[in-house]
Design a protein around this ligand. Structure first.
Ligand SMILES: [Zn+2]
Length: 170
């Protein structure tokens, strides 16, 4: 292929030198350089890039060109995936931060028998007077007491579920 043929193919595609250069990701001077040459080196880097935009003769060299185009698409997809992941992580981090600082109504039972109207400690469900600052039992006895309370609580819950299920069946 001669440089003149390359220019003819470009014009047939309705592209200016600048447009071809932009689409191929090369400099405009590379386009004019090769269009002035008597023989166009099909394996030259800039020519390969032009071959991704234009249909150039010499099919043998087209294959690796297609390959690089596929690689670029894969790269672009990977980049978008990474961007999406970053966005999701940012949103998750933001939600976590909101949750960690959220203050709700304490509602613990007071001595009057009404619900506590204090705001909870940030990220906790109880106010500072009703255990909101507690990080849980630390002694062996304390931990055992909580474990036992939890065991009883969930046993009650399971029993109530069984009753409900039985009610649905009958
Ligand atoms: Zn309270």
């Amino acid at each position: 292929m001669t440089g003149a043929e390359l220019a003819a193919i470009r014009k047939a595609a309705g592209l200016s030198q600048t447009e071809l250069a932009q689409r191929a990701g090369i400099g405009r001077h590379a386009v004019s350089y090769w269009e002035c040459k008597a023989k166009v080196e099909r394996s030259a880097w800039a020519v390969e890039r032009m071959g991704e935009v234009l249909t150039l003769p010499d099919a043998l060299v087209v294959l690796p060109v297609r390959r690089s185009s596929i690689d670029r698409r894969a790269q672009e997809m990977a980049r978008q995936d990474a961007l999406m992941l970053t966005t999701i992580q940012a949103v998750e981090a933001r939600l976590k931060a909101i949750k960690a600082n959220r203050r709700v109504r304490c509602k613990a039972k007071t001595r009057k028998g009404t619900a506590c109207q204090m705001k909870s400690e940030p990220g906790k469900r109880r106010c500072k007077f009703h255990g909101g600052r507690s990080t849980g039992p630390t002694t062996v006895e304390g931990r055992a007491r909580i474990a036992e309370a939890q065991r009883k609580r969930w046993a009650r819950w399971r029993a109530s579920q069984a009753v409900k299920a039985a009610g649905l069946v009958s």
